[in-house]
Design a protein. Structure first.
Length: 201
């Protein structure tokens, strides 16, 4: 668990999925854990590096699968934040609510990412590591999420979503953060929500 939380974002999704079955694990789960250990051994020389003159600020990526948990049909939120070229924060966690669409699941993930990017942005300004007053950007691969977040007129599409997830709308309208569309291939948060093939990993 420590490796997933503190130093190895690339195993976050696999460890999170296996962790759901601790109470009733089987051979398949043990094989996945062995695979994670082999991955750690194979990447023991990899690390997270930061440059000396880093003024580009915080940038993030958010994503979600849709009903990925076969038992509860809940979705997994994933986000990944960088400061310059170095990774500083990541998360892969089962959502507390059950989403009724892919857009809703990704909207919930964007709201979680908005909370994290605001905290990281305040932290970087507190340490005077950012020279820019521009809002940090969170990238998401859903055009629907970007449209719903920037235009609260689509109230009928959102009225069933819990109020706390509309935080992302408030942040975008007030200019605290930016939310932009990115292609699915370029979204580095994909590895936090689903298994990737070796070439994309």
């Amino acid at each position: 668990m420590y490796a997933m939380v503190a130093t190895r974002p690339h195993i976050a999704h696999a460890v999170g999925v296996v962790n759901r079955f601790l109470h009733n694990s089987g051979r398949l789960h043990r094989n996945i854990v062995k695979h994670v250990f082999r991955c750690l051994v194979g990447t023991k020389d990899h690390g997270i590096l930061f440059g000396l003159n880093n003024t580009s600020g915080v940038a993030g990526y958010s994503n979600s699968d849709f009903a990925g948990c076969v038992e509860s049909r809940k979705s997994t939120t994933g986000y990944y934040f960088k400061f310059g070229n170095g990774t500083i924060s990541w998360k892969s966690k089962l959502q507390e609510c059950t989403s009724t669409s892919t857009t809703e699941a990704k909207y919930v993930a964007a709201s979680d990412a908005a909370k994290e990017v605001l905290w990281l942005d305040r932290l970087s300004h507190m340490f005077r590591q950012v020279n820019s007053d521009s809002a940090p950007i969170v990238y998401n691969d859903s055009q629907g999420v970007v449209a719903l977040s920037k235009n609260p007129v689509h109230y009928n599409a959102l009225k069933h979503i819990d109020v706390r997830y509309h935080f992302v709308q408030d942040c975008i309208i007030s200019g605290k953060i930016g939310l932009e569309k990115i292609s699915t291939v370029d979204n580095v948060a994909n590895g936090m929500t689903k298994c990737l093939s070796a070439d994309r990993f």
